[in-house]
Design a protein around this ligand. Structure first.
Ligand code: FEO
Length: 167
């Protein structure tokens, strides 16, 4: 069954936001690398990859339910930050905003009795719990570290995939 126009349009808007998140995290990664924080930079590059995967899930779902896909235009990402703490706080705020948007999409899908869209969005509901938790913890660690950002670099290495410290 094709997704109706209101739901399809909203899913395309969210796809655009996920692409925007991809570019925002890439910009954050670049800034961190410029500051001499390669592990935090790698963390944000991995987050950027995840956002691209998220965007492509919307792309695929809209196509699989009959399309058409409309890819929204993008504003340039924020490229400079007052501090690493400000950067991570901005990333957490972004994840909280995405969580709210996903919640609105679930309600829209329900309102339109679009079971396929509702089921599709459940993955994102779960994913956002993890994304907000990850960024909340990183912000706490950055705040504990204060000016000793090499401690954050160590933390990120321990938490990296394959390091045995969790995702
Ligand atoms: Fe795709 Fe981090 O939200």
């Amino acid at each position: 069954m094709a997704t109706d126009d209101a739901v399809r349009g909203a899913l395309c808007v969210q796809m655009g936001r996920e692409f925007a998140a991809h570019f925002q995290y890439l910009a954050m990664s670049a800034w961190l690398e410029e500051q001499g924080l390669p592990e935090m930079a790698a963390f944000f590059a991995r987050q950027a990859d995840e956002e691209h995967v998220h965007a492509m899930k919307f792309f695929r779902f809209v196509l699989d339910t009959g399309g058409p896909v409309e890819i929204p235009g993008q504003d340039a990402p924020v490229a400079t930050f007052a501090s690493a703490e400000a950067l991570v706080a901005a990333a957490l705020a972004q994840e909280e905003q995405v969580t709210a948007w996903i919640g609105e999409l679930v309600h829209l899908a329900r309102e339109h009795r679009d079971l396929a869209a509702e089921a599709f969005l459940q993955w994102f509901v779960t994913e956002q719990v993890e994304e907000v938790a990850t960024m909340t913890e990183l912000l706490q660690v950055v705040r504990h570290a204060g000016t000793s950002l090499l401690l954050v670099e160590d933390y990120v290495v321990r938490r990296a995939p394959g390091a045995g410290g969790g995702a």
